[in-house]
Design a protein around this ligand. Structure first.
Ligand SMILES: NC(=O)c1ccc[n+]([C@@H]2O[C@H](COP(=O)([O-])OP(=O)(O)OC[C@H]3O[C@@H](n4cnc5c(N)ncnc54)[C@H](O)[C@@H]3O)[C@@H](O)[C@H]2O)c1
Ligand SMILES: [Zn+2]
Ligand SMILES: [Zn+2]
Length: 384
């Protein structure tokens, strides 16, 4: 089968790989119909995630048709069209029982923090991902969800990560009616977080980035204010000025480890790897939020220490909430939001490429060319 193959930082290609096989009675094999490239994949692509091995296939956002099931799969049948949450979760461990599907202990038992994620390095369990024609889906009774009749596959694939992550970012912000919410990062996740902030009752939503076409997209899609951090000066001063000196109620970090905007963070975090990525957006979030406010982090950071203004967290009494999105927990309400037209996730997809052009997809998305917001790959065997 055709599959994306990681060859080292900034080098990916399409290759022929062996077909995946059922390795456990709860596995299913899925023929991929849609597979997105995510900002999280860029951390892998740029070589910033520990234990990303050459030969790995990325891809944690995919839909597909079930073509084979193991003997203990009862919730799916061959022929089902499914959307597959990016978290790999056993459904039974102490964390899954709390619906913390992003923190499953069984799917990645060697790790203390992150659970299992498709195509996301051996740090996240070493599972191959869905930027391929076929993929092995473990714990197939838990994650894969049959796509409701009539739902567009482009909407379905966005429900595997971007929609739940944006939604959970807003949810973790504990937004109260009328709150001012400031979102860092106008990528697909930040734009969705800004959109969802309104659903929780925000009175004002501001998004910050430095890529103009993304700011413009966010203004239209999320109906929010959008500012270029290269033009507003120190974001903390800007936040104070625009809120009668108080600071914003809720900040959302939808940037993560590869933030731009601060030379010291960029050099120590992205060039010299002295810390687990550049914490610029998190820094700004902590400094822009009001005293007693909430900072919600969905941007991905590596496991080791970051240069974070922890003193400000303590002195301002900030609550920090963060996690990988718990996709399965949120799916019922988000499927309904899509069906009811409350959310229109497929509008974020700007580029559709054949899987064979995966390298071009990464290049476009990573370098923010051609007004790219979200690329989706379509395998030749998708037959659609
Ligand atoms: N927690 C989760 O479950 C989860 C799921 C999906 C993605 N993520 C993470 O969310 C983040 C965003 O994902 P995406 O797909 O939208 O990525 P993306 O790379 O498309 O978007 C990130 C945006 O941040 C902007 N940016 C860079 N530095 C900034 C700064 N200092 N302030 C404000 N904006 C800045 C970039 O210009 C870019 O537009 C990534 O870190 C990704 O790994 C987390
Ligand atoms: Zn993703
Ligand atoms: Zn579990």
């Amino acid at each position: 089968m055709l599959a994306m193959n990681y060859r080292g930082p900034k080098r990916v290609r399409i290759d022929h790989k062996p077909m995946p096989e059922i390795l456990h009675p709860e596995d299913a094999i899925v023929r991929v119909t849609r597979s997105c490239i995510c900002g999280s994949d860029l951390h892998l692509y740029n070589g910033n995630v520990p234990d990303t091995r050459v030969g790995m296939t990325f891809g944690h956002e995919f839909t597909g048709e079930v073509v084979e099931i193991g003997a203990e799969v009862t919730k799916l049948k061959v022929g089902d069209n499914v959307l597959v949450p990016f978290n790999i979760a056993c459904g039974k461990c102490a964390f899954c029982r709390q619906e913390l599907y992003g923190n499953c202990h069984e799917a990645n038992s060697q790790a203390t923090a992150v659970g299992g994620i498709f195509g996301y390095s051996h740090t996240a369990g070493g599972y191959n991902g869905g930027q391929a024609e076929y993929v092995r889906v473990p714990y197939a009774n838990v994650g894969p969800t049959v796509i409701p009749e009539g739902m567009d596959l482009d909407d379905a694939v966005m429900l595997t990560d971007v929609v739940p992550t944006g939604y959970q970012a807003a949810e973790m912000g504990g937004i109260q009616k009328g709150d001012t919410v400031m979102v860092f990062g106008a990528g697909p996740v930040g734009i969705m977080a800004a959109r969802c902030a309104w659903l929780f009752g925000a009175g004002r939503v501001i998004i910050i980035d430095h890529v103009e076409y993304r700011l413009e997209f966010a203004r239209n899609y999320a109906q929010c204010e959008a500012y270029n951090f290269n033009e507003i000066g120190d974001p903390a001063v800007f936040a104070k000025k625009t809120t009668d000196s108080l600071g914003v109620d809720v900040c959302i970090d939808a940037v993560g480890a590869e933030a731009a905007g601060n030379a010291m963070q960029t050099i120590t975090g992205r060039k010299m790897l002295l810390q687990a990525g550049s914490a610029t957006a998190l820094h700004w979030a902590i400094n822009c939020v009001k005293k007693g406010g909430i900072v919600s982090i969905v941007g991905v950071y590596g496991p080791t220490d970051n240069l974070v203004p922890i003193g400000n967290v303590v002195n301002k009494g900030i609550t920090i909430r963060a996690n990988q999105a718990s996709v399965k927990r949120l799916l019922p309400r988000l499927i309904k939001h899509v069906q009811d037209g409350v959310l229109d996730p497929k509008a974020l997809i700007t580029h559709r490429l054949p899987l064979e052009e995966v390298a071009e997809g990464y290049r476009l998305f990573a370098t923010k060319l051609d007004n790219c917001i979200k690329p989706v790959l379509i395998p030749p065997s998708a037959k659609l």
